[in-house]
Structures are given as C-alpha cells and as structure tokens.
Design a protein around this ligand. Structure first.
Ligand code: GSH
Length: 118
C-alpha cells in the first residue's frame, strides 16, 4: 500500500456507502488542487458471497484484520500513523477531519479542537 492510500471495504447498499459517498465528494473538491489528497483502494464485496461461508469463512483475511467482526465498512489510512477503523460514522468524521482541508463540507476541526495528529 502506498503510504498515502486509503482502504475501504464496501458492500453496495450498506452502511459502507456513507464513507464512500463522502470520499467521492471530497475527491471532487480536492483531487485537482491538493497533491496530498489520498487515493482510495476500494475493496468492493457482494453481500451474497460475503455471507455464504458463515462465521467469516468467506471474508477476506485483510478485512478481518481491520474488523474482527467481519462487517463493512472497514477502513485504513496508511498516511502517518497507520489508522484502522470500522464504524461508518467514525470513519465519516475521520475523513472530514483529515481530508476536508478547507472545511468545505463541515468544520469539525475548530468545533472539536482536533488536528491531524489527534
Ligand atoms: N454500526 C456499524 C454497522 C456495521 C454493519 O452492520 N455492517 C453490515 C452492513 S450495513 C455488514 O457488514 N453486514 C454483513 C455481515 O454482518 O456479515 C457501522 O455503522 O459501521
């Protein structure tokens, strides 16, 4: 994984759509103007095959390494400290805090007092 890559495990029409939608919004705003805007490595899974094996048998080991519950979304950010997360709303806030550089969509940075190192 390149150091600036984000990773998202996603199944269409599930909660993983929340962070995926936000990533695309941020990409639309920042891809051309910010050279440090990260690429997304999207792992798109299908619910039918995902559930087939039961007890995580059909779930990729790399997904289970991020989320032992085997649910999506599962997210990783390889920039700086290696961050892994698996709650859609937490990932959503993380993306806004770290990659909505100009607070175009929300101003989480000033409201919660966090910066990129928090
Ligand atoms: N509270 C979690 C819910 C995660 C969740 O339940 N994900 C479902 C899809 S919406 C899932 O992965 N289901 C497949 C399974 O449990 O095997 C979040 O919002 O991220």
């Amino acid at each position: 994984m390149a150091s600036s890559d984000l990773v998202l495990y996603h199944i269409p029409k599930t909660r993983s759509t929340r962070p995926l939608w936000l990533y695309y919004e941020l990409e639309d705003i920042y891809l051309r103007s910010r050279s440090d805007f990260p690429k997304l490595r999207l792992h798109k899974l299908e619910m039918s095959s995902f559930r087939g094996g039961g007890d995580g048998a059909d779930k990729p080991e790399s997904l289970l390494a991020i989320n032992p519950n085997g649910k999506v979304p599962a997210f990783a950010d390889g920039s700086g400290d290696d961050v892994t997360m698996f709650e859609s709303c937490a990932i959503f806030c993380y993306l806004l805090r770290h990659y909505d550089f100009d607070s175009a969509l929300a101003d989480l940075k000033s409201k919660v007092g966090h910066d990129k190192n928090d």
